[in-house]
Design a protein around this ligand. Sequence first.
Ligand SMILES: NC(=O)c1ccc[n+]([C@@H]2O[C@H](COP(=O)([O-])OP(=O)(O)OC[C@H]3O[C@@H](n4cnc5c(N)ncnc54)[C@H](O)[C@@H]3O)[C@@H](O)[C@H]2O)c1
Length: 301
Amino acid sequence: RPFTLPELALQHGRVAIVTGGARGIGYETARHMASLGAQVIIAGQNELEGVSAVKKICEENREAKVEFEQLDLASLQSVRQFVQTFKRRSLPLHILVNNAAVMLVPEGRTEEGFERHFGVNYLGHFLLTLLLLDTLKHSGKRGSCSRVVTLSSSAHGAGEIQLDNLLNRQCYSAHAAYCQSKLALLLFSSHLQQRLDRGGFSVSSCAVDPGMVDTSLYRHLFPPARLAQTAIARLLFRSPTQGASTVLYTALSPSLEGEGGGYWSNGRTEMTSPNTYDPQLQLGLWDSSCRLVGLQEQHQP
Ligand SMILES: NC(=O)c1ccc[n+]([C@@H]2O[C@H](COP(=O)([O-])OP(=O)(O)OC[C@H]3O[C@@H](n4cnc5c(N)ncnc54)[C@H](O)[C@@H]3O)[C@@H](O)[C@H]2O)c1
């Protein structure tokens, strides 16, 4: 039975960024946050889709404070540009939802030459979060932490990360690449929380599995599987609104104050695959990621 989101308090004065908030789970997350009065920035690579999402939300709620800002996670340059534009506005940042993703896309590279799942789903969000971390730290307070919510998936369980072979370019498997990116996000989310704890910062980080949700994420399935998925999804998958409920809960619920580090699914914490708890793997991935995106020490908590 899908988790039912409890009624949440109004969010006036709070600022949220939702990557990939123009459709699917991200859209429902952005829409709900805006309905509670938060100022929401939908960050995405598709301007047409983003502007139309903003229009739809504003038609539904004239008071909504929602806008679109260009962010292509397949380009680290675009991530840096997005952060620069955001910081020029001197806004606080209370909630960052690392939601955007691609799944099962044909073999391809991001602007800097990374495999697309790894680059878009993981490395882009890694850089985005670390560049926004100082703003998140300044915006959080004791008893009201800023929150980073990162969308992972049960697919992380089939993921593998070999630190000495992170950018493996042989034998491309779209499935393995997606699972690897979702595992990387989980390792990142958990290690980030440990660093935030050590530094005593008022920011928390958790990961969410939204469950099987009927969205266009599945559009790259090969045609027969796509046909079957479409039929099954209507019966068994969650709606995007249901998919967004745990994301909203972890981002906004006061009952989770100070409870960072978990992996949330259907409104409660769950265990993850054994390798996600490996401190060496977490640290190794963190250090390698810093090198890959060219981050210096000062950006690390
Ligand atoms: N749908 C599911 O069954 C399911 C299951 C587990 C986890 N998830 C996770 O939930 C999250 C949301 O997925 P969804 O189902 O809503 O998918 P979706 O395809 O509907 O939405 C994905 C969003 O990511 C954006 N995006 C893609 N490439 C981008 C890029 N280069 N730069 C910026 N934005 C980009 C898209 O524009 C879109 O807005 C993803 O992280 C996904 O892995 C979904």
